[in-house]
Design a protein around this ligand. Structure first.
Ligand SMILES: Cc1ncc(COP(=O)(O)O)c(C=O)c1O
Length: 328
């Protein structure tokens, strides 16, 4: 492996802390609960994309790019952290956003604006096409765009989560803490690909559970195949021989509620529980839904009493402010 030799631009405050959630464990009558605070990665109010962007921006700079171009939903955390990363690295940023453009930007959209990103609004269906098109337009203008796929989920971005898993294993070793299960939200796959690959590389013995926040169970393990592919690209990028098959990737479905970005009882309860028991903020779209899934799994006795369960908080809190009406 040659992770230390890969281009990397420092963006995140690492290592992120691990905390115990004793009041929440008691409230739920469940297993011992821990939280890995990747909402505290620092960049532009934190979140998982800071880790991926360290390697993506490192690669962009190594290639002489002058502009980061990426895509996402209106309240995309990935777009917000990409705009901030571009500002910090002295690059321009162009965002392709889908959804309805509000009159007054709030949450992540307000932050994109403050970081100086240029926004292009489109229909979700032509995201990939628009990304290519915009790249061509910028090149024709003499710019050097670096295109980042949705969620920063490719082999380069996933490297950030291999590093995260190495970081976690060092923290657990130093504290003597054991962990039986790790659960996290999964959507475009880069976080899960990096965690799964990192777990294999470091010899993590517990179980990993990706909690799908935006898919009902797909046939033929399509999403698992995608995650395994990203993990394969990542292994090649970092020089590891480990290869994962789709059957190695565990994704839990059934928590999509009314759909992506729609707040229901599950998210409301989860956000309230975490806030009132532990003073920690979850977002409505990703971490709130994923933690709601974890609460449900505890209630269904998925974990044994003496087990330790870690929730990997992947951030997203700025979106809360765009969902105020659904949360009060
Ligand atoms: C806060 C948050 N958590 C989790 C995820 C899911 O990560 P991934 O897209 O790498 O699967 C995202 C993705 O956008 C996110 O913004």
């Amino acid at each position: 492996m040659h992770i230390e030799k890969l281009p990397r631009f420092p963006l995140a405050q690492l290592p992120t802390p691990i905390e115990k959630l004793p009041r929440l464990s008691r409230e739920l009558g469940g297993p011992e609960l821990l939280i890995k605070r990747d909402d505290q990665t620092g960049l532009a109010l934190g979140g998982n994309k800071a880790r991926k962007l360290e390697f993506l921006v490192g690669d962009a700079l190594a290639q002489g790019a002058d502009t980061l171009v990426t895509v996402g939903a209106a309240q995309s955390n990935h777009c917000r952290q990409t705009s901030a990363a571009a500002a910090k690295a002295g690059l321009q940023c162009e965002l392709i956003l889908n959804g309805a453009q509000p009159d007054l930007p709030s949450g992540n959209l307000l932050l994109n604006h403050l970081f100086g990103a240029r926004q292009h609004w489109i229909d979700r269906s032509n995201r990939a096409e628009k990304l290519r098109e915009l790249g061509d337009q910028l090149r024709a203008q003499g710019r050097k765009p670096y295109l980042i796929t949705v969620g920063g989920s490719n082999g380069i971005g996933a490297t950030g989560y291999v590093v995260a898993m190495i970081e976690l294993m060092e923290q657990l070793r130093a504290s003597g803490q054991g962990v039986d299960h790790i659960l996290f939200g999964t959507s475009s796959g880069g976080t899960q690909a990096g965690i799964e690959l990192g777990a294999r590389i470091t010899g993590f013995k517990g179980q990993l559970h990706g909690l799908s926040i935006d898919k009902s169970e797909p046939e033929h393990l399509e999403y698992e195949t995608e995650v395994a592919q990203i993990a394969g690209e990542c292994a090649a990028y970092i020089g590891s021989d480990v290869r994962l098959a789709k059957s190695d990737i565990k994704v839990v479905y059934g928590y999509m509620g009314e759909g992506y970005g729609m707040v229901g009882a599950l998210e409301r309860e989860a956000i309230g529980l975490m806030a009132r028991c532990e003073g920690i903020v979850l977002d409505p779209v990703y971490a709130g839904r994923a933690f709601g899934a974890l609460v449900d799994l505890i209630r269904k006795s998925t974990f044994k009493r003496g087990e330790t369960v870690m929730f990997w908080h992947t951030g997203g809190a700025p979106a809360l402010f765009a969902y105020a009406k659904e949360l009060v």
